[in-house]
Design a binder for this molecule. Sequence first.
Ligand code: 5GP
Ligand code: ZN
Length: 137
Amino acid sequence: MACIFCKIIAGEIPAHKVYQDDAVVAFLDISQTTKGHTLIVPRRHVKTVYDLSAKEASQIFGVVPELANALRRAFSPIGLNVLNNNERPLQSVDHVHVHMIPRYEDDRLKIGMPDHHDALRTQDYEDIKQKILDALS
Ligand code: 5GP
Ligand code: ZN
């Protein structure tokens, strides 16, 4: 078993676990990008969100509110980012995970989202919508 998160789940390598149930485990991210940075993972080795069943997705994301509230009570952050990276180069560990990242004043973390709405017309949104609808059907 080469996957580092599978080894953590199996208890073969140490991690600071904060939540466990039949389907899901959550533990501190070793990087502690910000204080309390936590990862939520399915017990089953699943590479990306593309591979998750709807049930597994609901089990993983079902833990988000409880953990978010615990992080808020524990550290009083100014906010919280919930983040998931899929596929390289975005994803560095190939076992799907949700980052819970409490945010603090001056935490120097930048998660930028460019706003392109000035460059778009209604038809552009319609075209994008239609592509997604076609892909869904
Ligand atoms: P990704 O870049 O795939 O979205 O995030 C992977 C995360 O896994 C990184 O934030 C990284 O710090 C964390 N990580 C990598 N190896 C380990 C480890 O051995 N233990 C823990 N607790 N976290 C790890
Ligand atoms: Zn794994």
